[in-house]
Design a protein around this ligand. Structure first.
Ligand SMILES: Nc1ncnc2c1ncn2[C@@H]1O[C@H](COP(=O)(O)OP(=O)(O)OP(=O)(O)O)[C@@H](O)[C@H]1O
Length: 595
């Protein structure tokens, strides 16, 4: 099912399988749930006592001119109200507590799960959808866990209590009150059907609105540089209008349904006054009962109307939980071995043996790749765009698993390591440096407390980042904005080098940035790279001629195949793909160097 479609599911209002699974989240807090249900029974019964007391006041006290008795009834009524407010306070507190605690657990579980998912999952699901699961969808459940489930009990109890008291006082008037009930049920049925349709529409348009916003904020620089603001605003306005119209349609049904329920309520009261009044005149009924019934009818309608609203909450929650569970059941994981191996004496030898790899089944992007790297060697991978360079990195780090062949480190297949262990050996510096919001320090050690401040500064000094960091107003404590927006490209790269170095990995993977920086920064970066590569087995997707010339080996990739292997001089002498690539891409760099 497409993700778009997934957002349009509205499903059933009640699905026992989903509900069973949802209830497991409340289980740890069941004592609060029972307490809340008990308080609900009490709270639901209290309002029904009011008409009963009114009847006593009218029939026994007022007609008999019993002022003291009347005062007592008023005190009792007041007492009930106070008591009801107190119980209501605790009830609200406990229901919110249940809701908040359960969604806290669920959110934590979701985030932990998302972190474990392999990159394959993120290839197929847009980020916005995953974020929606953890935020909006979980919120929909909050409403159900807190008010939903518990209040359904309260509404049902209230209806039961009112019915009990009504039939106890006068069964004929009770039946008259219920006369309009079939119409109400029919109206509710129609209302629910219409609201369900509009609810789906609103969701669909909201999902479109969100993804449009997200995409355009991310690509704001492209929008602005090509002066596309007007066109984009036009498109956005049309999506926004669809969303608004869908909402207005849904409000229309609410606007019709609620007054209609009020109308039915008034008709019921009219019937009571007409029939009950006649009974009072004929002295078959006391006036107090008539008063009580008018109150009962007014009270009766609220929980009935609320129940149809609860239906919507339940429906939204069921659909949300279906989407949440789908994410929780997504097992796009990298499988870890039952008995993972840990290397004692790490040497750092890497070997690819006849490796075949495809992102999508059957579409091989790496074909029969074999090469060997001795400990401490540096290999540079070169090739045209789309040749498969990044894919080699992706499979060595096990972001993806290979189809055929083997990759070994010190003779051991990487599938025999726990993925965490494997990634402990390797540090990756990507072309697109990702900085998190926080300070410079935590962007270097990524919050790892084993990497002390001294080590951070030492790493920054070695790669030559400390000079610019020391010029920042707060030095290592300087705040870094989201994605490092306040730093230059070169500065971001230097920080990422310091990050890699502070982790002191045995294997280093480096995707050299192609972006041009000023000569001074370029020199800094080249120096930093040299220091980073020293003494470790390194794989570099190389764009700098200096890196390539210093590499022990160069792998020349072409359309997923390894076409040539050798060092710079050997490959030039061959006059093959590398030679042509050199003429096209790297010669200019040499010219700049010699100038
Ligand atoms: N996540 C993915 N899902 C499906 N196909 C992918 C994915 N990533 C890359 N590819 C495809 O795999 C092939 C190799 O891509 P790769 O990123 O390894 O190339 P590259 O040599 O690193 O290119 P560049 O120099 O442009 O970064 C390309 O045809 C690309 O379209």
């Amino acid at each position: 099912m497409s993700v778009q479609k997934e957002d349009e599911i509205i499903g059933k209002a009640y699905d026992s399988k989903l509900m069973k699974r949802l209830l497991t989240y409340i289980k740890p807090y069941r004592k609060y749930v029972f307490l809340a249900i008990f308080m609900n029974i009490v709270v639901a019964a209290l309002p029904s006592l009011r008409p009963v007391l009114t009847k006593i006041a009218v029939d026994d006290k007022i007609t008999n001119h019993d002022y003291n008795g009347l005062l007592l009834i008023i005190v009792a009524l007041f007492g009930i109200l106070i008591f009801q407010s107190i119980v209501q306070y605790f009830l609200t507190y406990f229901t919110e507590l249940i809701g908040q605690k359960t969604i806290y657990d669920l959110r934590t579980q979701l985030f932990a799960h998302v972190q474990k998912l392999s990159l394959k999952y993120f290839d197929k699901v847009p980020i916005g959808r995953t974020v929606t699961r953890v935020t909006n969808d979980v919120d929909a459940l909050n409403e159900m866990f807190s008010s939903g489930i518990v209040e359904i009990f309260s509404d049902l109890f209230m209806i039961i209590w009112i019915l009990v008291f009504m039939f106890w006082m006068s069964w004929s008037l009770a039946l008259i009150t219920l006369a309009v009930f079939p119409i109400l049920i029919f109206a509710t049925f129609l209302f629910r059907r219409k609201v369900r349709e509009t609810y789906r529409d609103v969701r669909k348009h909201l999902a479109r609105l969100n993804s449009y916003m997200q995409e355009h904020i991310t690509g704001m620089n492209v929008v602005q540089i090509f002066a596309k603001e007007k066109d984009e605003l036009k498109r956005f306005s049309s999506i926004n209008k669809d969303h608004k119209d869908a909402n207005i349609r849904s409000i229309f049904y609410y606007a019709v349904f609620y007054p209609f329920v009020e109308l039915l309520n008034s008709i019921a009261i009219g019937l009571i006054i007409w029939y009950g009044g006649g009974e009072v005149i004929q002295k078959h009924l006391s006036i107090g009962v008539l008063f009580a019934f008018i109150q009962f009818v007014e009270m009766f309608w609220r929980p009935v109307r609320d129940l149809s609203e609860k239906y919507n909450i339940l429906q939204g929650a069921m659909a949300a939980s279906e989407r949440i569970f789908k994410l929780l059941d997504d097992n796009t994981f990298i499988e870890n071995p039952a008995k993972p191996i840990s290397l004692k004496n790490f040497k750092g030898e890497i070997e690819f043996k006849n490796v075949w790899f495809a992102y999508n089944p059957g579409e091989y992007v790496l074909k029969n790749i074999s090469f060997k790297l001795k400990p401490g060697e540096t290999v540079a991978i070169v090739g045209a765009t789309g040749a498969g360079k990044t894919s080699i990195i992706n499979i060595l780090t096990r972001f993806y698993d290979i189809e055929k062949g083997s990759i070994t480190i010190d003779g051991i297949d990487i599938k025999n390591f726990h993925e965490k262990e494997l990634r402990k050996y390797i540090a990756v510096v990507l072309q697109d440096v990702f900085l998190f919001s926080g300070d410079v320090k935590t962007n270097i050690n990524l919050g790892n407390e084993n990497i002390s401040e001294e080590k951070i500064i030492e790493a920054a000094k070695i790669v030559g980042a400390d000079k610019f960091i020391n010029q920042l107003p707060n030095k290592y404590n300087e705040e870094v904005k989201e994605k490092g927006a306040t730093l230059s490209v070169g500065q971001r790269q230097l920080i990422s080098f310091a990050r890699a170095l502070s982790y002191n990995p045995q294997i280093l993977i480096l995707d050299e940035a192609t972006s041009s920086v000023d000569t001074e920064t370029e020199k800094l970066i080249q120096n930093a790279i040299e220091k980073l590569l020293k003494g470790r087995t390194s794989i570099v997707i190389a764009h700098r001629l200096s890196t390539i010339q210093n590499a022990d080996k160069i792998l020349v990739m072409h359309k997923g195949e390894l076409k040539e292997v050798g060092n710079h001089q050997e490959l030039l002498a061959k006059k093959g793909i590398y030679y042509r690539l050199y003429q096209l891409q790297y010669k200019d760099q040499e010219k700049i160097k010699t100038n």
